[in-house]
Design a protein around this ligand. Structure first.
Ligand SMILES: *Cc1c(COP(=O)(O)O)cnc(C)c1O
Length: 416
């Protein structure tokens, strides 16, 4: 690759490539070496991508190449020709649990504890109300990560009103001191969507449970990006979305995890006919089904589920641990390139440098961040802007390479 970069007969590469002897040149060589040694590099072929440096997979994952054909088949054959028979013969009815079991190993859960369906927002509602009901009498407070993604806070507040609780926003770092005998449930984002901080799931879970409360983790920015260990750390309930690092497509259905030990007592606030023990019995009284299916509500959105199921095939033979290792290497390298290229003081890094506290994104504070991101996108580097002054870059190790990371930092420095 370094040969190509210096080769004047490849005008495109030469034009985009740094001049020999510069910091850019040595980082470009390092990038090529890192790409050559990267065992996950070949996975990029499992996606539909182009020349754009796509650093927004934490908002909308790229399209896995297996999706279009599978969705076309579900539409043309299963729906078009088999019609209603597909509910049984094409496995439509069981899709929420079947796809849940595909997600389970990615978040460290044994089978039978995850269902897919509805949005993350709706699943936050099921999980928080469910957690308050599981916590039992005498607990009337819900603690919420004070920096939470807004929808979680709005829904927790409504869930509190419905269950006679109050909501108290608390910094995640103080949860261990703030959780107490009145706390029913604690809702925490595993990774802060804005700055990319990764919270310590094992210690927060242990502290919440030591106070007799239940913890609900929102895994939107960690599922598919890093090992979560839901079962290992004894998490009570969790939710997450599938259109970010799981690449399930725009508006892909979210997931709900209810630990097996809670399933028999889990009392969903949205009991629908799909959560009934005998859905086709059409009975007036509600009898909840056992297991993860209790988290279902109504008819599953099969076309979105089909896209998600095909998307999850990109994980065949891939471990989350290897993805995590590459994610840290990518974000380290991006920070190194930014430090080398961007004029001192022009941006400040909001993402923790400590690996144990870093998700799979880098957030940079920058004046004119909105205009800077618009210009980056015009120049083929796609991240996103979060008001008021944050440039956010997400790194999906399944399809982002080191040369792209170097190019993104270089284009950023040009724009700045
Ligand atoms: C992306 C995200 C959501 C999105 O919720 P939807 O209901 O899918 O719109 C919720 N919570 C967090 C923490 C997120 O990062």
């Amino acid at each position: 690759m370094s040969e190509t970069a210096e080769n004047p007969r490849v005008p495109e590469a030469a034009e985009n490539s740094p001049v020999s002897g510069t910091a850019e040149h040595s980082l470009a060589i390092r990038a090529a070496e890192l790409d050559a040694a990267d065992e996950l590099a070949k996975l990029r072929d499992r996606f539909v991508l182009d020349e754009t440096v796509y650093l927004d997979g934490n908002s909308l994952g790229a399209l896995p190449a297996a999706v279009p054909e599978h969705v076309a088949d579900v539409v043309a054959r299963e729906w078009g020709r088999m019609r209603i028979r597909s509910w049984t013969e094409s496995g439509w009815w069981e899709a929420p649990e079947r796809i849940g079991d595909l997600i389970a190993p990615l978040v460290g859960a044994a089978a039978g504890q995850i269902v897919v369906g509805d949005s993350t927002s709706v699943n936050v509602f099921k999980a928080v109300v469910g957690a308050v009901r599981l916590a039992g009498e005498g607990r009337d407070e819900i603690l919420v990560d004070e920096r939470t993604f807004p929808t979680d806070g709005y829904i927790a507040t409504s869930a509190a009103r419905l269950t006679g609780c109050t909501v108290r926003p608390v910094p995640v770092g103080s949860l261990a001191e703030e959780v107490g005998p009145r706390t029913a449930a604690v809702l925490v984002n595993h990774v802060d969507y804005r700055c990319g901080r990764l919270h310590d799931l094992p210690s927060v879970t242990a502290a919440v449970q030591a106070a007799g409360a239940l913890v609900v983790w929102d895994l939107c920015h960690s599922a598919g990006a890093l090992p979560v260990g839901l079962d290992e750390h004894g998490v009570d309930l969790a939710v997450g979305c599938t259109y970010k690092f799981l690449n399930g497509g725009p508006g892909a259905p979210a997931f709900l995890y209810v630990a097996e030990r809670h399933q028999a007592a889990f009392d969903s606030p949205l009991p629908g006919w799909n959560s009934h023990a005998e859905p086709f019995g059409m009975r007036p009284e509600f009898v909840p089904v056992d297991g993860a299916r209790r988290g279902r509500v109504g008819t599953p959105d099969i076309l979105s589920m089909a896209a998600l199921e095909a998307a999850l095939s990109v994980w065949d033979g891939v471990s989350v641990e290897s993805v995590r290792a590459k994610s840290l290497a990518l974000t380290d390298f991006f920070l190194e390139c930014v430090a080398a290229y961007v004029p001192e003081g022009r941006v400040s890094v909001l993402t923790p440098l400590d690996h144990a506290a870093r998700g799979s994104q880098v957030a940079l504070r920058c004046t004119d961040a909105s205009e800077v991101m618009a210009e980056l996108i015009r120049r083929g580097v796609v991240g996103d802007f979060r008001a008021p002054d944050v440039l956010r870059f997400g790194f999906t190790p399944l399809y982002v390479g080191f040369a792209e990371v170097e190019r993104a930092a270089r284009v950023l420095s040009e724009v700045l």
